[in-house]
Design a protein around this ligand. Structure first.
Ligand SMILES: Nc1ncnc2c1ncn2[C@@H]1O[C@H](COP(=O)(O)OP(=O)(O)OP(=O)(O)O)[C@@H](O)[C@H]1O
Ligand SMILES: [Mg+2]
Length: 284
């Protein structure tokens, strides 16, 4: 016989499922945002409330996502990369939930009967990118956040877990001061060693941190010093040397073009061109 708690949980999940269903219809191909038609090529994040007024996040992959996913994977292949976006929705859903449970066991996360949607607890906090670009936040606070992000990445690597695309937007700085990683949609292929997976993550986070600043020196230090700070905070030289001159981890290439929506072309090239030099100088 089912216990009362199990029964309550079942009713609770049923009500939540109903909300997911409603969100599905609202975000198939198009929806209205601020009175304008909006086409969904990327995933759709919606906040829903359960019967007890708790807020949850439902992340949905609309049908058009497949198109952007295929384009993204073609660009990755053209760059010679083997770590690709997971296109199969069922696999994606399972992986997102599995990763959240691995990294943040106290957070609620749950697969849904819809292959293209999963549920997770809403994390109260701020997206680090928003803090890094804010004009009214002082540099010391920004530097503390940078260190926190790099340490949070090292922490998951120490548990033999990898993110895939750890950027300043794929995590949340919780109101409790912890970093919560989200958005784990890259599949790492067998041909990458553990060290290469860690290197790939660190390279991704480094680029994303540099690209958060539109001008070199905006944060009160040169890019070279910022890179050094990131590497020193990460602290594992083997990982750092793995991402220099590794054909499996290309710094340049078509796969990067997708990041251009967040950074100007000038800054995009400045970081790409100089990062190799900073790496070499750091390792010398
Ligand atoms: N559990 C959560 N709690 C609070 N905010 C969230 C949560 N999940 C997502 N968000 C917000 O939604 C944004 C986008 O989420 P996410 O990175 O998972 O999807 P995405 O980048 O749109 O997806 P994709 O890159 O797969 O197209 C985050 O930067 C964050 O602001
Ligand atoms: Mg994201």
């Amino acid at each position: 016989m089912k216990g009362k708690i199990e029964e309550e949980e079942e009713i609770y999940l049923k009500k939540l499922a109903q909300k997911v269903e409603e969100s599905q219809f609202e975000s198939t191909f198009f929806s209205q945002v601020d009175g304008k038609n909006h086409t969904h090529f990327g995933s759709v994040i919606k906040e829903i409330k359960d019967a007890d007024e708790n807020t949850h996040i439902v992340k949905i992959r609309p049908p058009l996502f497949l198109l952007s996913g295929i384009l993204s994977n073609i660009s990755r292949k053209l760059s010679g990369m083997e770590n690709l976006k997971i296109l199969d929705n069922k696999r994606w859903q399972a992986r997102e939930v599995e990763r959240i449970k691995d990294l943040h066991p106290d957070l609620f996360s749950q697969e849904t009967e819809y292959e293209n949607a999963f549920l997770m607890e809403k994390i109260e906090g701020e997206v680090p990118y928003e803090i890094l670009i804010a004009r009214d936040v002082d540099n010391d606070t920004k530097i503390d956040i940078i260190k926190k992000l790099v340490k949070a990445l090292k922490k998951i690597h120490d548990k033999d877990l990898y993110h895939g695309e750890p950027t300043t937007q794929n995590c949340i700085l919780g109101d409790d001061g912890d970093i919560y990683w989200i958005d784990f949609e890259i599949e790492y292929h067998e041909d990458l060693t553990d060290l290469e997976r860690e290197a790939r993550d660190l390279e991704q986070l480094t680029m994303s941190l540099l690209w958060a600043f539109e001008e070199e020196g905006e944060i009160g230090m040169s890019d070279k010093d910022l890179v050094e700070l990131i590497f020193e905070t990460y602290g594992d030289r083997d990982v750092i040397s793995t991402f220099s001159n590794n054909p499996k981890l290309p710094l340049f290439g078509p796969h990067r073009v997708f990041q251009l929506s967040f950074v100007s072309l000038k800054r995009f090239y400045q970081v790409q061109v100089n990062l190799m030099d900073y790496l070499r100088e750091y390792l010398d």
